[in-house]
Design a protein around this ligand. Structure first.
Ligand SMILES: NC(=O)c1ccc[n+]([C@@H]2O[C@H](COP(=O)([O-])OP(=O)(O)OC[C@H]3O[C@@H](n4cnc5c(N)ncnc54)[C@H](O)[C@@H]3O)[C@@H](O)[C@H]2O)c1
Length: 250
């Protein structure tokens, strides 16, 4: 397990945080990476960092909520690498407003990125997976279960994504494609998480609820993403694996 030499892995939201950590692990294990992100500065930097030895990395500035942009990504991937093996569906946004303060614009934007963005990415590459097996890993969130992590639009979008993944596993499982999700909770990327835990006192209070008494790390998630994407992992299918330091069983 763990050798991805010559494979091609695309990570949405791969310019920062969890997505960047996942892309780095694939590159370290020999895969070429495509960084799909709307942050150009971070995307260019990440692709430079992940180009070394025999591995290349391509940044494509993209808003995953735009289906045409994903078609453009596919064209660039095939022009550069001629194949796709792994999709990591990671791009996501969260807003902390309560229902009475969520505008329709904010609701629609959250779903457009977090849910329709998955559909757009999968649809652009669907036919390629019919021919080439491979793996799809979705970065969901424990919030789909807990209802936390932002205003209701966030857990709603993540729960929708998990449904999409289950349906996709039924479609692509028979074609030899692994389709699974990781549902992290409180991964220390320094930013997205801290929207909900702005002070040290807030963080300390939440650590009391986590049996392992620490926040998750980007590598915790990346390790599991790489495991799930490995071709040797062929009997975990359509699952969402909760990664929350045991909080949910506490
Ligand atoms: N950090 C956590 O504690 C945590 C917990 C549970 C789930 N998650 C999920 O993990 C994923 C990554 O989160 P993170 O904490 O690394 O966030 P992050 O903000 O550090 O990174 C997200 C990346 O996605 C990109 N992005 C956002 N919207 C985009 C769009 N429309 N098109 C293209 N790129 C876009 C951003 O530019 C950024 O580079 C998200 O889906 C998030 O919901 C994070």
């Amino acid at each position: 397990m763990g050798n991805f030499e010559g494979k091609v892995a695309l990570v949405t939201g791969g310019a920062h945080g969890i997505g960047k950590g996942i892309a780095k692990q694939f590159a370290d294990k020999g895969a070429h990476t495509i960084i799909v992100d709307y942050n150009e500065e971070n995307g260019v930097k990440t692709a430079e960092e992940l180009t070394f030895g025999n591995v290349k990395s391509l940044f494509v500035k993209t808003d995953v909520s735009d289906p045409k942009a994903l078609e453009n990504v596919r064209e660039k991937v095939f022009a550069e690498f001629g194949r796709i093996d792994i999709l990591v569906l990671n791009a996501g946004v969260a807003f902390a407003n309560k229902v009475n303060n969520i505008s329709f614009e904010e609701w629609n934007k959250t779903l457009a990125i977090n849910l329709t963005g998955l559909f757009n990415t999968v649809k652009a590459f669907y036919d390629d997976f019919l021919d080439n097996k491979g793996s799809i890993v979705y970065i969901s969130s424990g919030s789909a279960l807990s209802g936390t992590g932002g205003g209701v639009s966030y857990p709603a979008s993540k729960a929708g994504g998990e449904g999409l993944i289950r349906g996709l596993a039924k479609e692509l499982g028979p074609k030899g494609v692994n389709v699974n999700a990781i549902a992290p909770r409180l991964i220390d990327t320094g930013e997205m998480m801290r929207v909900n835990y702005p002070t040290q006192a807030d963080l300390d209070a939440v650590l009391e609820k986590i049996p392992v008494r620490r926040l998750g790390t980007i590598d915790d998630v990346a390790n599991l993403a790489v495991f799930l994407a490995d071709p040797d992992n062929s009997y975990i299918q359509g699952q969402t694996i909760l990664m929350d330091g045991g909080r949910t069983i506490a």
